[in-house]
Design a protein around this ligand. Structure first.
Ligand code: AQP
Length: 346
């Protein structure tokens, strides 16, 4: 059995409006993984252009995600922080994987169905192909662990299917070249955490999302204290008091979401949140949640703004990261090309 060294890869799209869901479901969880693994944290700009992006806005948003990484505690000397478009292996490997993945697999992707909606004929081919590019992102580094929010679980399963099919289809060739018995790892999603799915503040049945037309549906990472407090005050709730036990949150998605956010931000269990606030009304709870959110998110937003004012520094971090990412991906791509039968790469 070939052993592939553990490595973490994850990414965030620079599509603006970075929010609390992106932070709790993904970015915050990237930080402690640095102590355990070699990590690559990517700003996935090739993914962003699957829907129209204004070029100047895109450049700003790439720097914003980078700033969010750094402000949240990702150390660019320990982890590799870079933007996807600067490492050609992502696009090259995606093409090879396009020829491995099956159309039926992509047809099952629920995120495409949600994002394309009724306008299916008019969305970009890239939006449909998004999960194949995601497989390439991960496997260009032969990454073994991928911290993501729950919404990405199905895409991770596709990544494993692609890796498995590649390993089987080219099995004899991989062995012949002395590259072990499985070239690509079956990457594990790391989804656990206190808030794998943060919901919209306006509708507890929808996930908090960058593209929601309502700004009040999300707390963005650069919201100031007033905006954070006002969005929490206006968050949708029901008319009953908070329950005293977690089971009492069933069927009350908005209450459950706010309690989950409180627990995730304070680092305590939901049961303990309800011990303190159960039986009370929402206005007392919302005011405590607003204070907590301002205390936890305010300093991150302020640090992001400070970092974003120094574009040269951010661009330097990304350039250095791209060089280090390329140094890992290039030999992988040379092997992949040799496995496929392309001459001239090895
Ligand atoms: N609501 C969420 N709760 C928990 N985790 C979330 N993530 C996104 N929304 C939530 C996680 O954040 C990481 C980066 O996501 P992304 O920017 O690459 O893409 P996305 O999942 O499409 O994010 P959005 O905010 O929902 O954007 P739109 O509105 O464009 O669809 C991922 O790990 C994701 O799981």
């Amino acid at each position: 059995m070939t052993t592939i060294a553990p490595r973490v890869f994850s990414g965030v799209q620079p599509t603006g409006n970075l929010h609390l869901g992106n932070y709790l479901g993904a970015i915050r969880r990237f930080v402690p993984l640095q102590d355990q693994y070699d990590c690559l944290y990517c700003v996935v700009d090739l993914h962003a252009i699957t829907v129209w992006q204004d070029p100047a806005e895109l450049a700003r948003n790439i720097r914003e995600v980078t700033a969010a990484y750094l402000a949240s505690g990702i150390d660019p000397r320990r982890s590799i922080v870079f933007n996807q478009s600067q490492v050609s292996a992502h696009a090259e490997l995606a093409w090879i994987f396009n020829c491995v993945a099956r159309l039926g697999w992509l047809n099952r992707m629920t995120q495409f169905k949600e994002k394309a909606g009724k306008d299916r004929e008019n969305v970009s081919v890239g939006l449909y192909d998004y999960p194949v590019l995601m497989a390439a992102d991960i496997l260009a580094y032969r990454a073994t662990h991928v911290p993501v929010g729950e919404d990405q679980k199905q895409h991770l399963e596709l990544t494993r299917d692609i890796a498995q099919k590649f390993n089987v289809d080219f099995g004899p060739r991989i062995a012949e070249l002395g590259l072990g018995d499985a070239f690509f790892p079956l990457a594990e999603p790391l989804i656990q955490g206190p808030a794998p799915r943060v919901m919209s503040l306006r509708d507890g049945s929808k996930k908090m999302s960058k593209s929601d037309p309502s700004d009040n549906s999300r707390i963005t990472l650069t919201d100031d204290a007033d905006a954070i407090s006002s969005k929490i005050r206006k968050a949708k709730t029901d008319s009953e008091a908070l329950p005293s036990e977690v089971a009492g949150l069933d069927g009350r998605p908005e209450a459950e979401n706010l309690v989950t956010i409180f627990a995730a931000l304070s680092g305590i269990e939901r049961a303990d949140v309800l011990k303190d606030f159960g039986g009370g009304n929402f206005s007392t709870f919302k005011s405590a949640l607003a204070d907590l959110a301002v205390a936890k998110m305010g300093p991150i937003g302020a640090e992001m703004k400070r970092l974003m004012a120094d574009e040269a520094h951010i661009d330097g971090v990304l350039r250095d990261g791209a060089e280090r990412a390329n140094a890992i991906a290039e030999p992988v791509m040379r092997d992949v090309k040799a496995i496929v039968g392309f001459i001239g790469s090895r």
